[in-house]
Design a protein around this ligand. Structure first.
Ligand code: PMP
Length: 279
């Protein structure tokens, strides 16, 4: 069981690494997730120091400005001598890094997943555990075989949950909506950031249960995640009907993308206190 998180680090001008984005939020999510998984998490300070060290040791791999980012993945695993089904007696905490480009190359065309369920109430769907990803390989493979980019998961009552590795937002008139984090979706750090900046931009995000039928009257849909940033959805197919959405200039998704990446890369002043300089 390995609750893991992703953190981005951007190269900028002559500085080799600036800034690292919200590592302490990722540390806190790992702490909460570890409780559910009966694991012992590192402290926030240990976590953030490990992230800083990883970036320092890998600075030559940080992509130049505009060419991507350094993705840092902290990993916690049980490593003690336990053979039975029980929490481990010891834990190993690792952070590793990889340069990344654009996560979703090209246009995002989703299909609503009706056969497979990503999470169940009372399960571990709200934890960033690697075991949650084993569940989604098959739905993604089937969607890709039909020409889609990714899947949108529903709960048993046909309410919208999330995309395989990102949270989802709908724009309907003046409202921006996202499903609540009630234990079956991952409480994304980017989701949280978007809720905070949407507010700054004069919009308000409503967190509420969204029946799948509401996909039909949304003008815009976008996904959020550490790797994807904010990614506007081109279409969603539900029960053989393809619903197309607005993308590009003037959309809420585009404005949020500009603001989020602006803060992350230092182009826009970080009044939110999200970015952490490396010592
Ligand atoms: N949901 C799932 C299932 C994910 O894997 C991710 C990516 N970490 C997200 C949502 C978005 O979370 P975050 O913004 O913290 O990257």
């Amino acid at each position: 069981m390995n609750p893991s998180s992703g953190i981005l680090n951007y190269g900028q001008d002559s500085k080799w690494a600036h800034p690292t984005v919200r590592p302490e939020q990722n540390a806190m999510r790992m702490k909460v997730g570890s409780k559910r998984m009966c694991m012992q998490a590192p402290t926030v300070e240990q976590f953030v120091n490990a992230v800083k060290q990883t970036v320092h040791s890998n600075k030559r791999w940080v992509p130049p400005p505009g060419k991507g980012a350094m993705y840092i993945r902290p990993l916690l695993m049980g490593s003690g001598p336990v053979l039975g089904v029980a929490p481990a007696s010891e834990y190993t905490f690792i952070t590793y890094a990889s340069p990344v480009g654009n996560y979703h190359k090209g246009v995002l065309n989703l299909i609503v997943e009706e056969k497979f369920r990503r999470a169940i109430p009372g399960g571990t769907g709200g934890v960033k555990a690697v075991t949650n990803y084993a569940i989604i390989y098959k739905p993604i493979a089937e969607a890709k075989a039909k020409g889609f980019t990714d899947v949108l998961f529903l709960n048993a009552e046909k309410y919208i949950e999330e995309v395989s590795t990102s949270n989802i937002f709908l724009v309907k008139g003046n409202e921006t909506l996202t499903p609540p984090t009630s234990g079956t979706i991952l409480p994304g750090i980017t989701r949280k950031s978007i809720i905070e900046i949407t507010h700054v931009l004069g919009y308000q995000v409503k967190e509420r249960a969204i029946p799948v039928e509401e996909l039909f009257d949304a003008e815009e849909v976008f996904c959020t995640g550490t790797a994807v940033g904010v990614n506007s959805v081109n279409s969603i197919t539900y029960q053989d009907t393809r619903i197309a959405y607005k993308r590009g200039a003037g959309t809420v998704g585009q404005k949020l993308y500009e603001m989020l990446t602006g803060i992350q890369t230092g182009r826009i002043e970080d009044k939110m206190g999200w970015t952490v300089e490396l010592d």
